[in-house]
Write a protein that binds this ligand. Structure first.
Ligand code: GRF
Length: 222
């Protein structure tokens, strides 16, 4: 990570997506802070291993969601982020928090949105008889998992798949997807524009596909 585009990552657990962000060589972005809502989150250890500032704001220490989000917003703002990334952050954020970081807040979600918003996406994709699964990165708006989608990675569902195998096969794609998306945002190739996604001069009508987005990231000058 060598860039000066400041990224703050919010995570609740394992932090493998954070790990992928931290490991990109020659990135245009820099992870300047990691904030977790659980003291036992492995993401905190990953941050420390990479000498990235980390902090736990334990939601159980706050009387309600508003109080927790106010503390979280203050902490995140103090890190002066260009982008805030929800990578396995398992808390629903209040509209006040979302408004404070509008256009600078993205979420990684393990489904091909708008299919399967919310939890247990792998099981639900199988139960729905989907032939394809995937992951999405979207700008966060007040409606859960419903903000404009920037980019998606697609994964064919195999006959032998169960929820665990789908999750396992999807994870490396999530890592690539998140890194590619943050890199494009850092390069300014993708922007938030009045609640829509701008790619270059054009409004995005269909989410970018990971394989194409990686091409754009490689092609961009500088
Ligand atoms: C990922 O599957 C992500 O899509 C979901 O939570 C998981 C986080 O994994 N929202 P990790 O903590 O980054 O390893």
């Amino acid at each position: 990570m060598t860039g000066d585009y400041r990224v703050v990552v919010l995570a609740s657990g394992r932090g493998s997506n954070l790990g992928a962000l931290l490991q990109k060589p020659d990135a245009r972005y820099r992870v300047v802070g990691v904030v977790c809502n659980r003291p036992d989150a492995a993401a905190l250890t990953r941050a420390r291993e990479h000498a990235v500032a980390s902090q736990c704001i334990d939601h159980r220490d706050y009387a309600d969601r508003e109080a927790f989000d106010a503390a979280l917003a203050q902490c995140v703002a103090s890190l002066r982020p260009d982008l805030v990334v929800l990578a396995g952050f398992m808390r629903i954020l209040t509209p006040t928090f979302i408004q404070a970081f509008a256009g600078r807040l993205i979420n990684l979600h393990p489904s091909l949105l708008p299919r399967h918003r919310g939890l247990e996406t792998h099981r639900r994709a199988l139960e729905a008889g989907d032939t394809e699964h995937g992951a999405s990165v979207h700008f966060v708006t007040a409606d859960l998992d419903a903000g404009p989608v920037i980019m998606q990675a697609h994964l064919p569902i195999e006959p032998h798949d169960d929820a665990a195998s789908l999750a396992q096969r999807l994870l490396p794609l999530e890592h690539q997807l998140l890194v590619a998306c943050v890199e494009l945002l850092a390069r300014g190739s993708v922007e938030w524009h009045n609640g829509q996604v701008l790619v270059g001069e054009k409004l995005l009508t269909v989410p970018l596909r990971l394989e194409i987005a990686e091409g754009i990231a490689c092609d961009s000058p500088g």
